[in-house]
Design a binder for this molecule. Structure first.
Ligand code: ADP
Ligand code: MG
Length: 248
């Protein structure tokens, strides 16, 4: 809904993730962010190594307290505790517990004590089906390939049904074919569920394949998301410097 009052063309009532005048500090490194992302958008987070991409995601996740500003979801400041925030996180190592079955590793996303109701168990199995791991429920992480471990991590994130998904180079350790497959699966599932996704990647082609928008993180500043096609077609100097000859 758009507010038609004169002077303010503010979009009202639309769900969004708002990074409101944020500043995070890691020792002498400082990162600022001040923009918003509409619910359901898929956003790539790109920029040079050490530029602050992980810092941005850790801040949104609540692992890092801001020195200034706040993170809001639908105009409500997010709770301080990461576990209470409306989001799930997928890291490269998938955080699978070796002593738990695949099913329990996924179910733990729903209930840390894994005391599932019959309905919740069915949901966990359904999430495994969704990522093509339906037949691996009783296997252990050591029995899974890297790609299958990635799928299990994704199933856990999905089962939590949080509206925001943060991905920090989740599939960087996979070979190209498997990485593309995981990326497409993730994009499809995120799209179907209407999840707002921020994905850090150092691969411009991955960014183009996955996202509609890109945030450039450089020189201690996370820039507002820009439509990704035009951004790569006519990169501003900072992006040009980062892309070098790797422009897709
Ligand atoms: P990126 O993910 O873009 O490679 P990071 O967000 O990991 O960058 O790091 C940004 C900057 O913050 C770097 O200069 C890094 O050295 C610094 N930094 C990251 N984590 C910590 C930490 N735990 N303590 C101190 N400095 C950190
Ligand atoms: Mg990083």
């Amino acid at each position: 809904r758009v507010c038609f009052c004169f002077g303010c063309l503010i979009v009202e009532g639309v769900d969004m993730l708002q990074l409101d005048r944020l500043r995070y500090q890691q020792d002498r490194f400082s990162l600022t962010a001040d923009f918003q992302i509409a619910a359901g958008d898929r956003v790539a987070v790109i920029g040079p190594s050490g530029g602050g991409k992980s810092t941005l995601l850790n801040g949104i996740a609540g692992f890092l307290a801001p020195k200034q500003g706040q993170v809001l979801w639908n105009e409500t400041p997010m709770p301080h505790h990461p576990g209470e925030r409306p989001l799930s996180i997928l890291f490269q190592d998938h955080n699978l517990f070796p002593h738990l079955t695949v099913l329990d590793n996924v179910a733990i996303g729903l209930r840390p004590d894994m005391r599932l109701s019959a309905h919740q168990k069915a949901q966990a199995i359904s999430a495994l089906d969704q990522v093509g791991l339906g037949d691996k429920a009783m296997a252990y992480p050591r029995d899974l390939s890297g790609g299958q471990q990635g799928r299990a991590g994704l199933a856990r994130a999905l089962l939590r049904q949080r509206p925001i998904l943060l991905l920090d180079e989740p599939f960087a350790a996979l070979g190209p074919a498997l990485k593309d497959e995981m990326l497409e699966l993730t994009r499809e599932i995120v799209h179907q569920a209407g999840i707002t996704a921020l994905m850090v990647t150092h691969d411009p082609q991955d960014a183009l394949n996955f996202a509609q928008y890109a945030i450039l993180v450089v020189d201690g500043q996370a820039q507002a998301p820009a439509p990704i096609g035009p951004l790569f077609d006519q990169p501003p100097p900072a992006l040009q410097a980062y892309l070098g000859r790797r422009a897709p």
